[in-house]
Write a protein that binds this ligand. Structure first.
Ligand code: ADP
Ligand code: ASP
Ligand code: MG
Length: 456
């Protein structure tokens, strides 16, 4: 068995779904479990619908619901013979989803209150809609495909918007459900992103979480490979939307891919790699618009001789906290007290640098920033710097590559660089720059390490 996950742009319209069908057909001998995201931008739209309803703008919310419905019905009409039994039952199912969505949205509006629980329910409709359409489109094209609701096996805790997977239950339920569903079928289709808690209340795995769904399913069923089909031909040497002349990286290790994803490479959800590592399942990132391109293979060990920098990632919008404690000198409880604050507010820290009396650290998520600053202020002075970006250079054995630091800092030498950190692992060097300098710094670094025409 293999898992094939298709992201938003890979299911964005009827033409994309037709490409998906051809790709799935080419893999039928491998018993695929197809995992799909919502059609591109649908999750954002659902989010806006929820927020509009809660803030009293029900007509506007309803307008967006009706546009979303038209988009999905149009896809049905382009993929399935109109007025056939299949078309009638599919559009009937979509209407049921949309009337349920409308009821929930009206409830949110009446109460003027949007809980995480209601929001999770609303934003996960996108995957239910797309998977229903694609399932029928696959069957219409001759692929015997069975539809499975991911909530039959994908369990999380009750953190509704970013559920922590209940790995034990997922490992128990997924093979049971998938093996039963694939009997007599060529393929099984299910949703990414959506999950539920043990009380069967809908949760989600967090934005971009369909990649994570795919790797959790892959781990639970012991898949031979996890294919992530997206809109670029694999992991590139940098984000192709920010940097010119990027190239696809043919192979990388789990560790490198995890590091890149963690430090901002959107092509993979940060948690995707971890379940694959557990069962040593290769992950392949492929381009649904160019299925023949080899993409990127992510494996435990890279036996090629590709040394040095592999890719450059970034987090465009981070917050830097500078914490000053006059008491820090010889005071061993300080870091403990400091990190207790982040623990209390469920906020993770990316980079940290320390001096005797000063700690600087970067946060990706500033949701609880005010509370964090208040709590730290009890025992230290703290200043907040926004509009910063984090750059992360990942590659094989960077720690032992002589002259690397010189190349990095010469290339980015015209810009102010702070919080330089040779990561705890041997494979990453990170630092902070002004957000306004980010694209220039990325391009300079990329030119330095990947522009083959330039004489170094
Ligand atoms: P999907 O909807 O298929 O999950 P995403 O938009 O989440 O797709 O991820 C694909 C995007 O990730 C690409 O279009 C690209 O802009 C971005 N990206 C960021 N860093 C990289 C990188 N190093 N290599 C490839 N793509 C990257
Ligand atoms: N549809 C969800 C999102 O946009 C999950 C995903 O695409 O991975 O965040
Ligand atoms: Mg994604």
């Amino acid at each position: 068995m293999i898992v094939m996950k298709f992201g938003g742009t890979s299911v964005g319209d009827a033409a994309a779904v037709k490409r998906l069908i051809d790709i799935v057909k080419s893999r039928l001998s491998k018993s695929p479990v197809v995992v799909v995201s919502a059609v591109s931008k649908a999750t954002d739209t659902l989010h806006s619908i929820a927020v509009l309803a809660a803030s009293g703008e029900l007509p506007q919310a309803k307008k967006l619901i009706s546009e979303l419905k038209s988009r999905h019905v149009k896809m049905c009409a382009e993929l399935i013979r109109e007025n056939s039994d299949r078309y009638i039952s599919l559009t009937g199912k979509l209407s049921e989803y949309f009337s349920e969505l409308t009821d929930i949205v009206k409830g949110v509006n009446l109460l003027s209150e949007l809980s995480d629980r209601s929001l999770a329910k609303i934003i996960t409709f996108g995957e239910l809609l797309s998977s229903s359409i694609i399932n029928e489109a696959l069957n219409e094209s001759g692929v015997k495909c069975n539809f499975v609701d991911a909530r039959d096996f994908m369990y999380t805790d009750s953190n509704y918007l970013k559920g922590e997977p209940d790995t034990e239950l997922i490992k128990e339920k997924t093979p049971e459900v998938i093996n039963k569903s694939r009997k007599g079928f060529d393929a099984v289709i299910t949703q990414g992103f959506i999950s539920n808690n043990r009380d069967n209340v809908t949760t989600s795995l967090g934005r971009g979480g369909s990649d994570y769904s795919a790797s959790l399913i892959g781990m639970a069923i012991g898949a031979k490979e996890i294919e992530i089909w997206t809109d670029v031909d694999g992991v590139h040497t940098a984000d192709p939307r920010k940097v010119q002349n990027t190239k696809s990286v043919s192979i990388m290790t789990f560790e490198e891919a995890a590091e890149l994803a963690y430090f901002g490479a959107k092509v993979l959800h940060p948690s995707t790699i971890q379940p694959a590592v557990e069962k040593n399942i290769p992950v392949r990132i492929l381009n649904s618009m160019s299925p023949e391109s080899p993409g990127t293979l992510v494996v435990r060990e890279d036996k090629t001789k590709n040394e040095g920098v592999r890719s450059i990632s970034c987090k465009e919008n981070i917050t830097v906290l500078n914490i000053f404690s006059t008491k820090m000198l010889n005071s061993y409880g300080f870091l403990h007290n400091l990190f207790e604050v982040f623990d209390k507010h469920h906020t993770s820290v990316d980079l940290i640098t320390t001096s005797e009396v000063n700690v600087s650290l970067t946060l990706d998520n500033d949701e609880h920033l005010d509370d964090i600053v208040n709590d730290i202020s009890v025992f230290s002075k703290v200043s907040v710097n926004r509009d910063k970006s984090l750059v992360c250079i990942v590659g094989k054995d960077l720690k032992n590559t002589r002259g690397l630091a010189k190349r990095i800092f010469l290339a980015a030498g015209d810009y102010n660089i702070t919080m330089i950190s040779q990561g705890a692992s041997a494979i990453n060097i990170s630092f902070v720059v002004e957000r306004s300098d980010l694209n220039n710094v990325l391009q300079r670094l990329h030119d330095e390490f990947f522009e083959t025409n330039t004489q170094k």
